[in-house]
Design a protein around this ligand. Structure first.
Ligand SMILES: NC(=O)c1ccc[n+]([C@@H]2O[C@H](COP(=O)([O-])OP(=O)(O)OC[C@H]3O[C@@H](n4cnc5c(N)ncnc54)[C@H](O)[C@@H]3O)[C@@H](O)[C@H]2O)c1
Length: 414
């Protein structure tokens, strides 16, 4: 593998690929990359901008979680960097436009903790229906309160899921197996799984659901999605959960509806303002209420999810470094590859202008480079083309390809 800075001259062997993994990424990620022969350095903590700039010199693949910020300044100081793996769900900590402009691929793990969130939601729904939190707290305080009052089975109840994406739809399947009738509302057209029924408005869902659970994404329009008006439309004595985005819920309004008894219980894993560091104080309108379960944004935090994230993102980085695969890249055009075995392959990220492919192929033809296979994909302003050729391409050809006005980044892989 080689990159275009200033232009490619020689191939890098797998053993020359340098990887830096920060923030205590699961060991399986490092092991997977070492298995390919890459040189992998791991560090426990996050790095600030200046430390990162120092550490990233000569690094081709960088792995981070949510607290290392990848700014334009960092990217400018990292000419060898070809890909960043966010070993988490979100990529807000990365300046994506700046990475894209430089042809640096970004990968994340959008699905690895879906099941963990679903299992927590199920556990909380049953806990709220049986008032487990209250009963356990009573017992710890030495109170024996054996009573069926206010405790219910979930069988035959209606679960209303707002946001039927990865998490919402998986929750739907498991909830049905528990005997729930499932209804959902999503702003996009979504296939109803099992016997779930789609509601055409959120109001319809609120009026028929015994439990309402939010699984929407963090688009700006979802700030304040669920306030006093929506809560008032819920069935009396229903339950409410939010394991999606803190900003979606008006917590002061929720407190009022719980105190009035209109909402019989709630479980919240995400909050409009969350402590930045471990041990920082937690403030919320919802503290101290009965039958309210509060958890510190741990919906997706299980050892299984961390392990899965480690393996998943490492496999994306390896496929990109060794074979140019961009399947599920956050920012580059996607090209799916059957395996990471290549013959001689040119990976070229370019500006998406008319005629680029003809220019690339014309140039290869002039130099009598025979094209054996080719895949092109475009995404917004960028195009990405993988070209398999019969033999290693010489430095003169690479220099000319790198010099095309549309070329953003060129690598030769073997
Ligand atoms: N608590 C945790 O630890 C944790 C872990 C993982 C994910 N999450 C959060 O859970 C949420 C869901 O994750 P996902 O992977 O299922 O996301 P997703 O993108 O697959 O699904 C989100 C769904 O919500 C829908 N939606 C968006 N706005 C809506 C609205 N106003 N009304 C109705 N539907 C709307 C979208 O169309 C989409 O189908 C995200 O916000 C994610 O950040 C939390």
């Amino acid at each position: 593998m080689t990159t275009t800075d200033p232009f490619p001259t020689s191939l890098l062997g797998d053993e020359d690929v340098r990887v830096l993994l920060l923030e205590n990424i699961h060991i399986d990620g490092a092991d997977f990359l070492r298995g390919k022969g890459y040189q992998v350095e791991t560090r426990d903590g996050a790095l600030g901008e200046d430390e990162l700039i120092e550490a990233i010199q000569g690094v081709h693949l960088l792995g981070i979680r949510s607290t290392t910020y990848i700014t334009e300044k960092v990217l400018d100081a990292a000419p060898d960097l070809i890909a960043i793996g966010a070993f988490c769900i979100g990529t807000n900590q990365i300046d994506l436009p700046a990475a894209t402009e430089r042809g640096i691929a970004v990968f994340n793990a959008p699905y690895s903790n879906t099941r963990s969130v679903v299992e927590l939601a199920i556990a909380e729904i049953i806990s709220l229906a049986r008032r487990l939190h209250e009963k356990s707290t009573d017992m710890h305080n030495g109170v024996w309160n054996k009573s069926a009052a206010g405790s219910h089975e979930v069988r035959g109840r209606t679960l209303g899921i707002v946001g039927y994406g990865n998490i919402g739809s998986q929750l739907s399947v498991i909830a049905e197996a528990l005997g729930f009738k499932v209804v959902f509302y999503d702003i996009d057209d979504k296939l109803a799984l099992g016997n779930a029924k789609r509601c055409s408005t959120i109001e319809e869902l609120l009026q028929i659901s015994d439990v309402v659970t939010l699984h929407v994404d963090g688009r700006p329009g979802n700030a304040g999605l669920f306030g006093a008006e929506e809560m008032a439309q819920m069935k009396p004595r229903s339950l409410f959960l939010n394991l999606s985005r803190g900003i979606a819920v008006d917590t002061a309004a929720l407190r009022q509806h719980i105190e009035s008894g209109h909402i019989a219980g709630a479980a919240l894993d995400v909050f409009p303002v969350e402590p930045k560091r471990q041990g920082d104080p937690f403030e919320s309108d919802l503290r101290g209420l009965p039958n309210v379960i509060l958890t510190p944004h741990v919906g997706g935090s299980t050892e299984e999810a961390q392990q899965d994230i480690g393996r998943f993102v490492a496999s994306k980085l390896r496929s990109y470094a060794s074979a140019g695969g961009t399947s599920l890249s956050v920012n580059l055009p996607e090209i799916n590859l059957p395996s990471d075995a290549t013959k001689h392959r040119l990976a070229l990220v370019h500006r998406n202008h008319p005629g680029v492919l003809a220019r690339i192929n014309g140039l290869l033809g002039e130099h009598e480079v025979n094209i054996e296979a080719q895949s092109l994909s475009t995404r917004g302003e960028l195009g990405y083309v993988l070209t398999d050729v019969a033999a290693e391409v010489g430095p003169d050809v690479l220099k000319e390809l790198a010099g095309l006005p549309e070329t953003v980044r060129l690598r030769q892989l073997s």
